[in-house]
Design a protein around this ligand. Structure first.
Ligand code: NDP
Length: 480
């Protein structure tokens, strides 16, 4: 069976304790590879390698670093079909989705930051005729990048690319639920000429390997994407060590639908926002707020669109909903459906496991689910479900819609559907989130700041924000 080994100092290594974790394909339930169970000792080796590699990588200059990272981008593009298949097998997502979205985005992440560093500048301030200040931005050193299972290579490279481009060396850990594309990516980095030690990829459990990266005194910054509870824990360890911290955490995003919209068009996109990738995207709109005047008409159209999210084998072109990432997660999501019933909700469609049969007979599938009749403050409307479950809530005024939308601890993203331009601006400004889409969802320009407020995180990724995070700034004041 294939062993997913650690990539340290330019080569592949078994974990120090020779312990391995089963890697399960969620669509079939089969164990199809073994994952290195890394510990503090492996993390130590990786950090040492990164420290040794740092001076040469830092001093290599932007142009050469850019060329190497472009070669990585091209390597991902060259292996797109293999990577897309690996992502689908590991995560359960439809193959067409990883082919059209996940892996192309990993290609773009690498090329975006490879070229971004060729065009950056820093500030100067002339205090008077005799004094000049200028700011320098220098790489931090060894940084840790920890990413989740829902968009594996997409989010892994979204952190690694700016960290490396800025001149840092990286110790990275993908989720142990979806390590395969990170493993294949290591070979692509070797082929592209990334020098040994510049990037190190460790596999294993978050609480062991991830925690050891966070706590390592020589890892100077942590970029983490994952759940809010894990983020909070990481902050308690890293903050007293004065590490730089970027936390991209959970969401409970609202979709606000106002009267006057094209019902059929909007329902199609609202369903896409709720159920893409089995609803396992931090940006999914899981609370759908609908203006009372159009509630019944919109609900009927949304039901039709939801039922079009055919559940099936992720490898089939016709499948729109693949498998949930593992059995424990499926049970958790189904548990929220039961809780919704206890809280007074009515399941309009879905809410059950789906038997696929054939090679997927033991997979973890459930049907996209719409629930109505729940109060805004109940647990199902307050906690992140992170699966194919969305709730419908009516509102009568814009103020009420905003009040409901802002009533959770989270503040990642929202999408607003309206034909009224003033309303679009007003609502967007008053939503307590880091990202607002108007008449769209998940349209991404990699230059824009990305991240959440409240319990959805601290800091921003994307464009110059990411390069700022991965550099230290120094002001130099010169008396002329
Ligand atoms: P987790 O918080 O469980 O895990 C995220 C990563 O952290 C994994 O690699 C995990 O390893 C690791 N980890 C777990 N515990 C620790 C620890 N104590 N110290 C260091 N690392 C640790 O999140 P999920 O993987 O379950 O991802 C889903 C969550 O991610 C959702 O809440 C979702 O909203 C959020 N997310 C946020 C995004 C954003 O941009 N804001 C984007 C995508 C997802 P392992 O899995 O191996 O245990």
């Amino acid at each position: 069976m294939l062993h997913i080994r650690n990539y340290i100092n330019g080569g592949f290594h078994n974990p120090n304790g020779d312990q391995w974790i089963d890697n399960v394909n969620p669509a079939t339930g089969d164990v199809y590879s073994l994952i290195a169970r890394s510990t503090e000792t492996d993390v130590d080796l990786a950090v040492q390698a990164a420290q040794q590699a740092f001076p040469a990588w830092r001093d290599m200059g932007h142009k050469k670093r850019s060329e190497i990272l472009m070669a990585v981008s091209k390597g991902i593009a060259k292996h797109l079909p293999d990577l897309a298949l690996a992502e689908s097998n590991d995560q359960g997502k439809p193959l067409w989705l990883s082919t059209q979205v996940d892996i192309p985005r990993a290609v773009d992440n690498m090329s975006f930051f490879a070229t971004e560093i060729l065009h950056t500048s820093t500030d100067t301030y002339q205090t008077d005729n005799h004094t000049l200040n200028y700011t320098l931005r220098t790489p931090i050193g060894v940084v840790g990048c920890i990413s989740p299972w829902n968009l594996p290579l997409y989010l892994f490279t979204w952190k690694i690319a700016p960290a490396l481009a800025a001149g840092n060396c990286v110790v990275a850990k993908p989720s142990e639920l979806t390590p395969m594309t990170a493993f294949l990516f290591a070979q692509i980095c070797i082929d592209a000429g990334i020098p040994p030690g510049v990037l190190n990829i460790l596999h294993g459990y978050g609480a062991e390997c991830g925690a050891a990266i966070v706590a390592h005194p020589d890892v100077k910054a942590i970029s983490f994407t994952g759940g809010t509870v894990t983020g909070k824990h990481i902050a308690t360890v890293a903050a007293p060590m004065f590490k730089k911290l970027s936390l991209e955490l959970g969401g409970k995003n609202a979709t606000l639908v106002f009267k006057g919209v094209d019902i059929a068009h909007t329902a199609r996109h609202v369903a896409r926002a709720a159920f893409t990738n089995q609803g396992e995207i931090c940006l999914c709109g899981s609370r759908i707020l609908i203006e009372q005047d159009i509630y019944d008409e919109f609900k009927a159209e949304l039901l039709k669109e939801t039922q079009r999210f055919v559940v099936g084998d992720p490898l089939l072109e016709s499948t729109r909903t693949g498998a949930l990432v593992n059995k424990a997660h499926l049970d958790k999501v189904l548990g929220y459906v039961e809780l919704a019933k206890e809280e007074g909700g009515t399941v309009l469609t879905g809410g059950k496991t789906v038997e696929i049969g054939g090679r997927c007979a033991s997979g973890f599938f459930m049907s996209p689910t719409l629930i109505e009749g729940l109060p805004a403050n109940c647990r199902v409307n307050q906690e992140e479900v992170f699966g194919p479950v969305a709730t419908l809530m009516p509102f009568t005024t814009e103020a009420e819609a905003l009040q409901i939308a802002n009533s959770t601890q989270y503040g990642l993203a929202a999408s607003v559907w309206t034909q009224n331009l003033s309303q679009a601006h007003r609502v967007a400004q008053n939503l307590e989130t880091g990202i607002v889409w108007v008449n769209s969802w998940l349209v991404r320009d990699l230059r824009t700041p990305f991240g959440g407020v409240k319990a959805s995180g601290v800091g921003r990724e994307g464009g110059t924000e990411a390069l700022r995070f991965f550099t230290e700034v120094k002001n130099i004041c010169i008396q002329i």
